[in-house]
Design a protein around this ligand. Structure first.
Ligand code: F6R
Length: 365
C-alpha cells in the first residue's frame, strides 16, 4: 500500500523519520542516552585488529560512510570493497579481524560469497541486514538488524538511512570499547543521533524547492556529484540514485579528484551537485565548487545556512538543509539526494519503483 503517495519510493523516503527512530531505539538506550547493544558480541571491539566491510550498491556506500566513522571515532583500521571484487581478490585477512557484511535483502549472491570467504579465513562474521530470516543472517555469527520494514521500491532509500543509523551506533560502541571516545564525546554523538529524526522531518519539508531544481535536472544528459570526506559516499549514492531511476548519466567523485580528470567535462550543460554541509572540510569542497562555477558549470549546492553564507555568490541553486551535527550529516544528506533523483525521474516519466533492467534482490552474480 502506497498510502497517499504516487510511488513506493516516495512513501519510503517519507517513512525515514520513523524508520531511523525504530532502528535507533534498538541500538541506543534512549533514557540513558547511551549506545547499548542487545546482541551478544562474539568478538571484542577493543581487541579487533581490523574491520573489513563488504557489500554491493547502496549498502556498499553505507559501509563507505562507516569507514570514516570507525576510523575516526574508534581508531579501527577499516578495509572496504564491493563484494564482487572482494570475493575473487583472495585478500589475506588478519588474525582477530571482523568481517561486516551489509545487505538489505540478506540474499545478495556476491555479498554472501564474500561472507563465506571471510568465514573460511577465520574472521568473525557480523551481518547488518533488513531481512532477519535471510541466508546472510543465518550464516553470520552476529546479526545486527535494520528496522525499517519491507522496502518495496527497487531503489534503496530507507534501508540506506537505517543502515547508517545502525553503523553510527556501532562506531560509537567501538569507540568506547577501544577507549577512544570519552563518555562526554560518546554522549554528544548519541545526542546527535537522537535529534536526527526531527532534522530528517525538517529536511523533507524542502520537497517543493527540490522539485523545482529537479525540473532543470531532468533536462541534463550528464550530472556530476561531488563530496569530500564522509560526504564523498553521499555523492556516489546521489549519482547512483539518479542514474538508476531517471536513466540520466551521473558520476559521483571525491571533490578533490575533480582536477585529476573530471573537470574536463564541465561546461554550461553539466549540472554539478555539491553535497557540502558545514563541517571542517567545507572550505576545501567549496573551493572545488568555485572551480566548477568558473568554468560555467551549473551548481546545485546542498548545504545548511552556515554553508550557504560561506559559499557566497555564483551558485545557481542552493538546497538548504537543517544544521546538524557533522557526525550525522551523511544520514541527513541522504534525504535531498533521494528526493532530487525521485522528482527528476517523475519529470522524466520513468517507472520509478521498477526501473528497467533492475531487480530488488540480486541472487545471481
Ligand atoms: C540501489 C540498490 C542496490 C542495492 C544492492 C545491494 O538503490 O538498491 O544497489 O543496494 O543491490 O542489495 P542488498 O542490500 O539487498 O544486498
Amino acid at each position: 500500500d502506497k498510502g497517499n503517495h504516487r510511488h513506493f519510493m516516495a512513501k519510503e523516503i517519507y517513512e525515514q523519520p520513523e524508520t531511523i527512530s525504530h532502528t535507533l531505539a534498538h541500538y541506543v538506550d534512549l533514557a540513558a542516552e547511551q549506545v547499548s547493544l542487545r546482541e551478544k558480541l562474539p568478538f571484542d571491539f577493543a581487541k579487533l585488529s581490523r574491520l573489513t566491510i563488504t557489500a554491493c550498491g547502496t549498502a556498499y556506500y553505507a559501509g563507505l560512510v562507516a569507514k570514516y566513522w570507525f576510523e575516526r571515532y574508534a581508531r579501527l583500521a577499516v578495509d572496504i570493497d564491493v563484494a564482487s571484487e572482494f570475493r575473487y581478490r583472495e585478500p589475506p585477512l588478519p588474525e582477530n579481524g571482523l568481517m561486516l557484511v551489509i545487505s538489505q535483502s540478506g540474499e545478495t549472491a556476491d555479498t554472501l560469497a564474500a561472507l563465506r570467504y571471510a568465514a573460511k579465513e577465520g574472521q568473525h562474521i557480523a551481518a547488518l541486514v533488513n531481512v532477519q530470516e535471510s541466508t546472510i543472517a543465518r550464516e553470520a555469527d552476529v546479526v545486527f538488524p535494520t528496522l525499517c520494514g519491507p522496502e518495496i521500491g527497487v531503489a534503496s532509500t530507507k534501508a540506506f538511512t537505517a543502515q547508517l543509523t545502525a553503523l553510527a551506533s556501532l562506531a560509537i560502541a567501538a569507540g568506547q570499547a577501544r577507549g577512544v571516545l570519552e563518555p562526554s564525546e560518546a554522549h554528544a554523538l548519541v545526542r546527535a543521533l537522537i535529534e536526527l529524526p526531527s532534522a530528517v522531518s525538517e529536511a523533507l519539508r524542502s520537497e517543493g524547492a527540490i522539485e523545482e531544481i529537479s525540473r532543470g535536472l531532468s533536462r541534463a544528459s550528464d550530472v556530476l556529484y561531488l563530496g569530500r570526506g564522509q560526504m564523498f559516499p553521499l555523492a556516489l549514492e546521489g549519482a547512483l540514485k539518479l542514474k538508476e531511476i531517471s536513466y540520466i548519466h551521473a558520476e559521483g567523485y571525491a571533490a578533490g579528484e575533480l582536477k585529476h580528470g573530471p573537470i574536463a567535462l564541465v561546461n554550461e550543460d553539466m549540472p554539478v551537485v555539491v553535497v557540502a554541509p558545514s563541517d571542517e572540510l567545507i572550505e576545501k569542497t567549496l573551493s572545488n565548487m568555485h572551480e566548477v562555477a568558473a568554468r560555467g558549470g551549473k551548481i546545485i549546492l546542498i548545504t545548511d545556512d552556515e554553508g550557504a553564507v560561506q559559499a557566497g555568490d555564483g551558485i545557481t541553486d542552493i538546497l538548504l538543509m537543517p544544521k546538524a551535527h557533522p557526525f550525522v550529516a551523511p544520514i541527513l544528506s541522504a534525504i535531498p539526494v533521494q528526493l532530487l533523483a525521485y522528482h527528476t525521474a517523475v519529470f522524466m516519466g520513468t517507472d520509478v519503483d521498477q526501473p528497467r533492467n533492475l531487480a530488488k534482490s540480486v541472487t545471481v552474480e
